[in-house]
Design a binder for this molecule. Structure first.
Ligand code: 6PG
Length: 243
């Protein structure tokens, strides 16, 4: 039975990012204590930047960073040097600022000209890492955002990836951006032990209201329902204004 989303509302983006960093370290230290490692998939977009900076600023001593393994729940089809790269944002705001072994950072090979090949290669990376013959990997934590159209990761309304039931990672054509994105599929998102949405800003309030109050809205972010895990929405007051 999938978990009911737990919604936490914070007075400001700064409070949201601090609480998100705290949650990251709580889940991380428990995973390391229980399993010797913490597997986390970072989110793309701009919102996670605040949490990354807070982790570096106030939580650098809170986690054994040598036991953390980083992945991405989605990536833009651009080289890691591009401003649009989710890897680049995370590297600049988090990974390059903490004692994280480089072989613990598993980015999407998004410079690969063929997006399908990039997705396949990344799925193989996950299979090699989780290698226990599991049907789907179980991340300790997957971080997600929500777009103004209700998309999450790179699962956009009306796109083929929404229907994917077998693959762990796919290349998804996003008509409105005339580009492919590489994204985790719902089975991977819904096998996680913890999924945390970070959503900030009044421009997201209407969509947050629909996502959390209108089960019939059929938004991509509503397809995230961990089968045996915890689902949390961390919102600032702007994003929660319509709840
Ligand atoms: C991406 C993301 C995407 C993001 C939302 C919210 O690569 O863009 O993974 O799903 O989380 O678009 O983006 P913002 O945080 O920039 O509002």
């Amino acid at each position: 039975m999938s978990a009911e989303p737990q919604v936490r509302i914070f007075a400001s983006p700064e409070h949201l990012f601090h609480a998100a960093a705290e949650r990251f370290c709580l889940i991380g230290s428990q995973a390391i204590r229980d399993r010797g490692r913490f597997t986390v998939a970072l989110s793309g977009g701009s919102t996670p930047r605040g949490m990354h900076e807070e982790l570096v600023r106030n939580f650098a001593e809170q986690l054994s960073w040598k036991d953390v393994f980083f992945f991405w729940s989605d990536e833009r089809h651009v080289p890691p040097t591009e401003p649009d790269s989710n890897y680049r944002m995370a590297n600049e705001t988090l990974l390059s600022k903490l004692p994280i072994p480089t072989d613990h950072i598993f980015r999407v090979p998004a410079e690969t000209p063929n997006a399908g090949a990039a997705a396949q290669a990344y799925e193989q990376t996950l299979r090699d890492f989780f290698r226990s013959g599991v049907r789907f990997p179980r991340f300790d934590l997957i971080l997600l955002g929500m777009g103004p159209d209700g998309h999450t990761a790179s699962l956009f309304p009306g796109t083929t990836a929404l229907e994917e039931k077998q693959h762990w990672v796919v290349a998804n054509w996003v008509e409105k951006f005339s580009t492919f994105r590489v994204t985790f599929t719902y089975p991977v998102l819904n096998h996680a032990a913890n999924v945390v949405f970070l959503v900030s800003g009044a421009d997201k309030a209407a969509m947050v209201g629909r996502a959390l109050r209108d089960p019939a809205a059929n938004l991509p972010c509503q397809g995230v329902k961990p089968l045996d895990g915890e689902l949390m929405w961390f919102l600032d007051q702007g994003a929660a204004a319509k709840l």
